[in-house]
Design a protein around this ligand. Structure first.
Ligand code: 4NP
Length: 148
């Protein structure tokens, strides 16, 4: 799960998908990162922590890190939140196999539309909406990759 700062959107996507994976008894690994390293080592934004808590998730133990080329090897799928994240991640890919692993997360629920998860960093009211979008999208992520 990748966004710009890895403190608002992708930590929510990470926590939401992790909880669904646990509910389903799957053995997947989920992680999140930012295309920037601006907040590396820091915790998620308090507003993301609060909205997650409201829905029963504790994301307070996460730490921001920067997306790195090794993530293309370590993960089967890389979900980005917006077109800017998409461009930044694709710029680090070195072949078609890596490029093919990168998905706009809302395309899981709005196929082919390249809709963006709005950056809530400057909008205190945006976190609920972001949570709801990511919750739906993560249900579709589970359905897409679950075998059997
Ligand atoms: P995120 O939000 O990409 O969803 O984590 C942002 C976090 C920090 C900044 C921008 C967006 N920033 O400018 O520091």
């Amino acid at each position: 799960m990748v966004c710009l700062g890895n403190i608002c959107r992708s930590p929510l996507a990470h926590g939401i998908l992790e909880a669904k994976i646990a509910e389903q008894g799957l053995d997947w690994t989920v992680d999140s990162a930012g295309t920037s390293g601006w907040h590396a080592g820091g915790p998620p934004d308090g507003r993301s922590v609060q909205v997650a808590k409201k829905y029963g998730l504790d994301i307070s133990g996460q730490h921001s890190r920067q997306f790195r080329h090794y993530d293309f090897e370590a993960f089967d799928a890389i979900y980005v939140m917006d077109r800017s994240n998409l461009a930044n991640v694709l710029a680090l890919a070195i072949n078609d196999e890596e490029r093919a692993k990168v998905y706009m997360i809302l395309n899981e629920i709005y196929p082919g539309q390249n809709r963006e998860v709005p950056d809530p960093y400057y909008d205190d009211n945006g976190f609920e909406e972001v949570y709801a979008m990511l919750d739906k999208a993560c249900d579709s992520v589970i359905s897409r990759w679950k075998v059997g």
